[in-house]
Design a protein around this ligand. Structure first.
Ligand SMILES: C[S@@+](CC[C@H](N)C(=O)[O-])C[C@H]1O[C@@H](n2cnc3c(N)ncnc32)[C@H](O)[C@@H]1O
Length: 228
């Protein structure tokens, strides 16, 4: 048997987790039914609207778009939606699921950066249900890359499960109970609110807001004009 790839070999890890549509959907959000997928996509859209907002003129980019769960409800509301993912299998499912939306562009990325996306060309970058699968350095690098590709007054949204919440601690304890050898490479690693706040501030974002109303951290910021 081949040894498991390590966590940071994102392309290998996530290509192997998305070889069939149902397997991909389960790893994205734990459901396969299209109505359920739509309902969860609309829930994420609500968080985006409450934090960064989605406007008709916006070019919106998602880091780690998976099967286009969120893109399917965001794309009809904006000028262009760019779905980026490390796994080609995920992107081909997005292409199928979003085939009727004319303003969708898909990009396979390295897993560490947004190479190929021009500086100052995007209005909103968001990354949801992805940071828990990344090494912390790679989380920060995506925030730096978001800063690079955002225009002046561009907005960013990122999230993760909150280690400091009751639910987040339960997730941590469950994984703590597993032996190191059996923990899969995509295993959830939570953030603290301070971690995400630090990354956004250090990357240069202003108006950094951190919401911790439930077991999640939802963080947003703005790239001010003078920072471009
Ligand atoms: C749990 S899914 C979430 C998908 C989507 N954001 C959503 O909420 O429906 C995680 C996604 O992140 C992608 N991914 C994992 N590591 C990545 C990386 N380093 N860079 C970009 N995408 C990555 C996976 O291929 C997968 O599509």
């Amino acid at each position: 048997m081949e040894p498991q790839p390590v966590r940071s070999e994102y392309k290998k890890v996530w290509s192997a987790l998305s070889t069939t549509p149902d397997q991909a959907k389960l790893h994205v959000i734990g459901v396969t039914d299209e109505d359920a997928l739509r309902a969860t996509g609309e829930e994420t859209l609500r968080f985006l609207q409450q934090s960064v907002g989605i406007r008709q003129d916006d070019v919106v980019l998602e880091i780690g778009c998976g099967i286009g769960r969120v893109g399917k409800v965001v794309a009809p509301l904006c000028r262009k939606w760019i779905g980026c993912d490390v796994a080609a299998n995920m992107l081909s499912l997005t292409a199928t699921r979003l085939k009727d939306l004319p303003n969708v562009e898909l990009k396979e990325i390295s897993g560490y950066d947004l190479r190929g996306v021009e500086d100052s060309s995007v209005d909103v970058v968001y990354c949801t249900v992805v940071f828990m699968h990344l090494e912390s350095w790679d989380r920060y690098n995506y925030i730096l890359e978001a800063f690079r590709v955002l225009r002046a007054n561009g907005r960013i949204y990122v999230d993760n499960i909150n280690l400091c919440s009751e639910g987040g601690w339960k997730v941590f304890e469950t994984h703590h109970a597993m032996s190191p050898a059996t923990r899969p490479p995509h295993m959830t690693q939570n953030s603290t609110p301070q971690e995400l706040e630090t990354y956004l501030t250090r990357a240069g974002f202003c108006d950094v807001r951190i919401h911790t109303d439930d077991d999640w951290i939802r963080a947003s910021g703005v790239k001010h004009e003078q920072d471009s």
